[in-house]
Design a protein around this ligand. Structure first.
Ligand SMILES: *[C@@H]1O[C@H](CO)[C@@H](O)[C@H](O)[C@H]1NC(C)=O
Ligand SMILES: *[C@@H]1O[C@H](CO)[C@@H](O)[C@H](O)[C@H]1NC(C)=O
Ligand SMILES: *[C@@H]1O[C@H](CO)[C@@H](O)[C@H](O)[C@H]1NC(C)=O
Ligand SMILES: *[C@@H]1O[C@H](CO)[C@@H](O)[C@H](O)[C@H]1NC(C)=O
Ligand SMILES: [Ca+2]
Length: 446
């Protein structure tokens, strides 16, 4: 019996691996609950869930500081950075075709010519040309992809990307950008490739996106989210499970990718390789055609959708939670303290639902922190363990065959091989159900 079982195992494992590779929804946590048949009949099974990642620029409010730094009031003509005799860039706030308001950083791009926001020129040189572009969501969001700022002008020689986690009250730098990091910020130049799992949260200064005259062809400035994810999930992000596991247990890591606001601080415009031409300052300005921000509403794994209503984003909370981020229990559902859902165990996570007050002092059967359900069992609402098909008992401590007539059979039986082989939970589940189809099934006595 053992030999064919091993073959089945290998076949199963191969098909599990294939499913994981070809099934992009793996680990997406897109369902909050489902109906399941258990020993007690039809019940709800609650799972950790989160909204889809989306284009977050549709839901932001943009502020440019100082307020009158946007070009066109009064109208102005600009010259090209690489050619001071080419002066055909006109800005006039009164003329729709020649105006460059902030909204043009977030409109649909892909048309030709591009649409862009533009600042007035560096007329007050050598006084610094400082501009803040602040993006506010009034909602906590989690970044899922690189932030990409595309410049229509040359990329700035100095800039800082900042983030806020408290709706703009306090700001922390995310990344520094300069042609010369040491000179501009007294920081050593690094790239995201220099980071490791241990230094992932370091704030670096990079010269990658500010260099020299190549700007005509390379216009983007990035904040690399995916490269940071890859430190845990592997180069092609195929091991998202590992990343989710880390996010679950490390608050700092989770917070690093969480924001309510972003700020691009422009500190010095592109001047080219040469010195600043004081006779023709119309060559120096900032212009941005596009800013990309991909992310999802932070709902603490208690919602799979987030709606934009009355100009704000709100999680549609499940699991009897409430609040903009599902950050507390609903009234009358405070039977135990609120906690965020958990990505673990993979793939369905743990919902950590809020429970009614009336249940009174709850007798906790299981606990997710200590993972007391055994043999792959999952703790449901701290009230009971949901065991895999091969196990039973309050904490799934008993092999199911023990409660059947004749016990578990000899050491060569399939069940014995099963329980002595360390296998993933998933595999156990699959295998359990195939075995059960053959074995006669009897509900266990609790
Ligand atoms: C830009 O924001 C920073 C704080 O993030 C502030 O110190 C600075 O004064 C602002 N600059 C402008 C031009 O508003
Ligand atoms: C913006 O307004 C301030 C104060 O009103 C003024 O000092 C400054 O010159 C203005 N800047 C531009 C570019 O118009
Ligand atoms: C800048 O150069 C252009 C092209 O030669 C010229 O029309 C313009 O007057 C110059 N501006 C200044 C301030 O010299
Ligand atoms: C919330 O509470 C109601 C009433 O007890 C219950 O029917 C429902 O299933 C609960 N929902 C969740 C997600 O726990
Ligand atoms: Ca645009």
């Amino acid at each position: 019996m053992r030999f064919p079982l091993v073959l089945t195992l290998q076949a199963l494992w191969a098909s599990v691996c294939q499913t994981m590779q070809h099934y992009p929804a793996w680990g997406h946590y897109d369902v909050c609950k489902s109906q399941v048949y258990t020993d007690e009949g039809l019940t709800w099974d609650y799972m950790a869930c989160q909204p889809e990642a989306m284009d977050m620029t549709k839901y932001l409010k943009v502020t440019v500081d100082p307020p009158n730094i946007t070009c066109g009031d009064p109208p102005e003509t600009y010259c090209a950075l690489e050619n001071p005799y080419m002066c055909n860039n006109e800005c006039d706030a009164e003329n729709e075709d020649l105006a460059h308001p902030p909204e043009l950083m977030f409109d649909f791009e892909g048309r030709n010519p591009t649409t862009f926001w533009q600042s007035s020129s560096w007329k007050k040189y050598p006084k610094a040309l400082l501009v803040n572009i602040t993006l506010s969501w009034s909602k906590t969001i989690e970044l899922t992809d690189d932030i990409v700022v595309t410049f229509e002008s040359g990329r700035p020689e100095q800039m800082v990307l900042e983030k806020s986690l408290d709706y703009g009250k306090t700001w922390q730098p995310y990344q520094f950008y300069a042609t010369d990091c040491l000179d501009a910020f007294t920081m050593d130049a690094k790239t995201v490739q220099d980071l490791t799992q241990h230094t992932l949260l370091d704030i670096i200064c990079t010269e990658e996106y500010s260099r020299g005259y190549v700007w005509k062809y390379d216009k983007t400035v990035r904040f690399e989210i995916k490269d940071r994810f890859a430190l845990f999930a592997g180069p092609r992000l195929h091991n998202m499970a590992s990343l989710y596991g880390q996010l679950d247990t490390t608050k700092n890591l989770r917070d690093f990718f969480t924001i309510t606001d972003l700020r691009v601080r422009l500190l010095r415009p592109a001047t080219g390789a040469t010195m600043v031409d004081e006779n023709n300052l119309s060559r120096y300005f900032y212009a941005i055609s596009d800013i990309k921000v991909q992310g999802r509403c932070k709902c603490n794994l208690h919602a799979n959708s987030c709606v934009f209503d009355k100009e704000t984003l709100n999680c549609e909370c499940e699991h009897n939670t409430t609040g903009p981020d599902c950050g507390r229990c609903k009234r009358n559902y405070q039977g135990r303290t609120w906690s965020a859902g958990s990505y673990l165990p993979i793939p369905k996570g743990t919902a950590n639902t809020c429970i009614p007050n009336s249940i009174g002092p709850v007798t906790r059967v299981c606990d997710n922190e200590l993972l007391r359900c055994q043999n792959g069992g999952v703790c449901l609402n701290n009230l009971r363990c949901q065991c895999t098909a091969a196990f039973t008992g309050l904490l799934c401590e008993k092999p199911r065959c023990e409660s059947e007539l004749g016990g578990c059979g000899g050491p060569d039986s399939g069940q014995a091989a099963l329980s002595s082989t360390p296998l993933s939970t998933l595999l156990l589940l699959l295998l359990g159900s195939t075995l059960l189809r053959e074995a006669s099934y009897r509900p266990a006595l609790l």
